[in-house]
Design a protein. Structure first.
Length: 211
């Protein structure tokens, strides 16, 4: 079962972005430390929509100002990336190219501004919350079972599966709980770079995080 204790949120990135991650933490596209060398792996159409989509909490700005996480590493986006389902809009990647960043929700909640949603953040019917007590609004069952299928007639399930935790502007490196990869070869590559930079960060081999 994924995220059994409901404690984590996850973000995926290309492994080639690791040097930037170690240097700057996780930053949004508008951050002064955002690099032109950052390798995007998401859907550019969704990224563009977020530039103008307001957070439905007073004085929280636009969704594009935030760094998004999912409550599962096995996001629909990761499925599309690994399977090539939306290639070439979303380029197909090998599993060993993907780095899964894992954070503790309670730790991220110490940052100045954050919110979460009970479904895909861009969707008009998804609700926005800034109180951890409202995490009960998340459909944990479909998330923990990695089930975003519509085959049983539940056409809203993919939206609920894509519930998000979003942090304003940046997530400093020290707020990252672990880095997770598909195989040991990739873990060795990550650990070598961490050692060269004298950074102590847990690296886990988690093939169950991938499709």
């Amino acid at each position: 079962m994924i995220n059994e204790q409901k404690r984590y949120c996850y973000r995926i990135t290309h492994i080639n972005n690791l040097p930037l991650l170690l240097q700057n933490g996780i930053v949004n596209k508008h951050h002064p430390n955002a690099s032109k060398h950052f390798m995007e792996i998401g859907n550019p159409e969704i990224i563009d929509v977020r530039r103008a989509k307001p957070v439905r909490i007073s004085n929280y700005g636009i969704i594009g100002d935030y760094v998004p996480f999912y409550f599962t590493p096995k996001s629909i986006m990761l499925f599309n990336i690994i399977t090539g389902y939306h290639h070439p809009i979303v380029p197909k990647r090998n599993k060993n190219e993907i780095l899964v960043i894992r954070c503790l929700i309670e730790v991220l909640a110490n940052l100045p501004k954050w919110f979460f949603t009970d479904g895909q953040g861009n969707d008009m019917i998804s609700n926005h919350y800034n109180n951890l007590a409202d995490l009960i609004q998340i459909d944990w069952d479909c998330i923990q079972q990695s089930n975003f299928s519509k085959n049983d007639g539940d056409y809203d399930r993919p939206r609920r599966y894509q519930a998000e935790f979003l942090v304003y502007n940046e997530v400093p490196l020290e707020y990252i709980e672990s880095l997770n990869v598909y195989d040991q070869i990739t873990a060795d590559r990550v650990n070598n770079l961490l050692n060269k930079n004298n950074i102590n960060l847990t690296v886990n081999v988690q093939p169950q995080y991938f499709f």
